[in-house]
Design a protein around this ligand. Structure first.
Ligand SMILES: [Zn+2]
Ligand SMILES: [Zn+2]
Length: 244
């Protein structure tokens, strides 16, 4: 059997293509793509689902959103997700709520959070001026999965593996060197089994850089977290399939 056939067979066994790391504007000030356009782009690129992981930190909430009111900030944050979700229902592509958290008093690390609902965004708000350990031990739900995003980019600190469910080993943001080999080795050394891949989508034209491929399409963000925990998925970079 040649390589093309093996790829075909693997693709058929893991048919559902999911983006695990995407930013929309205005929720993420750094993104150039409005939420609805983002969903349209991923649908056109053949994805079955996209996870919205907009930035969530005190700087975002207070400096960028210009409000210290919890409700106003959380509603501004969730508006992009609601728009994306609605567009997804119209277009036939699943949209999952996720978040990219940063605990600014501690450091500049970013953490991707999967397996959440709107209420959990409100809950996370109360922890954004604390640190990773406080959030993980007191604020995070058992139904959620938290992975450190691009842990080997410049200015990132490595955290105690016991505080993490896993690592984003492949980050495809073209503007940063995420040193993906070091991330992969670190995850292996600490036996962090959960490894993710993400485009870190901010710009049009970057659809199809990579995907996670699942045997079944998770019904919602919680099911996505479960599917990640199961470890039964493939990673796709461009045309190539690799193991997580
Ligand atoms: Zn960003
Ligand atoms: Zn990101």
């Amino acid at each position: 059997m040649d390589i093309q056939n093996i790829k075909k067979q693997l693709s058929a066994a893991y048919p559902y293509r999911v983006e695990l790391h995407a930013h929309s504007k205005p929720a993420s000030s750094c993104s150039q793509v409005p939420a609805v356009k983002l969903v349209e782009n991923f649908k056109a690129a053949g994805y079955d689902a996209v996870t919205l992981t907009n930035h969530f930190s005190h700087r975002v909430l207070i400096t960028y959103y210009k409000t210290e009111d919890k409700r106003t900030a959380c509603e501004m944050y969730l508006e992009d997700y609601r728009k994306a979700k609605e567009a997804g229902e119209r277009l036939g592509i699943q949209v999952y709520l996720g978040a990219e958290l940063r605990f600014e008093p501690e450091n500049n690390n970013d953490y991707l959070l999967f397996g959440i609902d709107e209420e959990m965004i409100y809950r996370a708000y109360d922890y954004m001026d604390t640190d990773l350990e406080t959030f993980v031990t007191k604020g995070k739900s058992d139904r959620s999965v938290l992975v450190q995003a691009h842990p080997f980019r410049d200015n990132m600190a490595r955290m105690e593996p016991r505080l993490l469910d896993g690592l984003e080993v492949f980050n495809m943001h073209p503007g940063h060197n995420s040193r993906v080999v070091l991330a992969e080795q670190f995850a292996g050394g600490y036996q962090l089994k959960l490894k993710t891949i993400g485009t870190d989508y901010h710009y049009e034209g970057h659809e199809n850089l990579c995907a996670a491929r699942f045997p079944a399409l998770p019904a919602d963000s919680f099911a996505l977290a479960q599917a990640l925990k199961s470890g039964d998925y493939l990673m796709e970079i461009g045309e190539n399939l690799i193991l997580p």
